[in-house]
Design a protein around this ligand. Structure first.
Ligand code: PMP
Length: 292
């Protein structure tokens, strides 16, 4: 598959207050964000021309900035306007929006108090090829050797670049072994999440279980799916889950802006059969994102 590199595309993106030609949206190699991971971002999805929960993503971006000890230098309305400008300029109807902030080049050391905070928004076409039958086959997950860090080891609730280092390592290892993604445990050994999505299980009685989001991203999709399930009369329990409990679970699925609701057929040695609950969640999430 030939990939069109992300720095060699046509169109415009928004950077520090204005639309700029896509290929010119550059930052210097000596940037604090690049060297010290002082960078936060959002992944948002656009359905039928409208971002799903765009304001919630902006609020999370602001919170991620705060957790990395800087302020998002624009207002919520300015951020919404920037996203809309990029979507309009690039004529995107079904796509992905990436809003992000990073510390600039004024200081190149641990302390970064005087660095400029840069903000940019990009968006690209990304239709959701909604084929429920393919989805229902489920994906396979390795169990990562890397663990989600404790809340006193990292700003675990930020969507921050640095937290993805172990995700990329885990996903590469999984792909080398023939899996599609990896399940990460947390620092205590409980089930945490996949490398870029939250995880849910269904037991034989039809109750849904999902790990407490106490040391990883409490995904916007995760919260949406919990509400959807409860509104349909399903029981959802947020709790600590031991890895060996997976043996008694019948269904499993991931949730995330990119993953939407993705059924899982295997995690390590444990097999699951995507069935009624997966199908209901896949379908109702798909209906909801297009309803707005
Ligand atoms: N965990 C991680 C590590 C992620 O990267 C994502 C995707 N943003 C999620 C969970 C799911 O979050 P959301 O539903 O807000 O996209």
């Amino acid at each position: 598959m030939s990939l069109l590199p992300f720095d060699q595309r046509d169109g415009s993106l928004w950077m520090n207050g204005a639309l700029v030609p896509w290929r010119d949206a550059k930052t210097h190699t000596l940037s604090h964000g690049l060297h010290y991971a002082s960078m936060v971002f959002e992944g948002e999805r656009l359905y039928d021309g409208k971002i799903f929960k765009g304001r919630e993503h902006t609020e999370r971006l602001r919170e991620s900035c705060r957790l990395l000890d800087f302020d998002l230098p624009i207002s919520d309305d300015e951020m919404d306007a920037a996203k809309q400008a990029v979507i309009t300029a690039n004529n995107i109807v079904d796509g992905y929006v990436r809003a992000f902030c990073w510390r600039g080049s004024e200081m190149m050391a641990i302390s970064a108090q005087q660095t400029k905070i840069h903000v940019a928004v990009a968006a690209w076409e990304w239709p959701s090829y909604f084929d429920p039958e393919t989805k229902m086959k489920g994906i396979t997950l390795d169990i990562a050797k890397w663990r989600r860090p404790s809340p006193d080891s990292a700003p675990v609730h930020a969507k921050a670049a640095g937290l993805y280092m172990i995700c990329t390592l885990s996903k590469h290892e999984a792909e080398r072994k023939g899996f599609q993604d990896a399940l990460m445990l947390d620092y205590r050994g409980y089930v945490a999440e996949a490398t870029g999505a939250n995880v849910f299980f269904v037991d034989a009685a039809g109750t849904i279980h999902t790990p407490l989001a106490d040391c990883f991203l409490n995904g916007i999709t995760r919260r949406t799916v919990i509400d959807l399930a409860r509104s349909q009369g399903l029981d959802v329990i947020e709790r600590h889950i031991q890895p060996d409990e997976m043996a008694s679970m019948t269904e499993c699925f991931l949730t995330g802006t990119a993953a939407e609701v993705t059924p899982v057929s295997k995690i390590g040695e444990h097999s699951f059969t995507p069935a009624d609950v997966c199908r209901r969640m896949v379908d109702s999430y798909s209906d909801l994102v297009r309803a707005g």
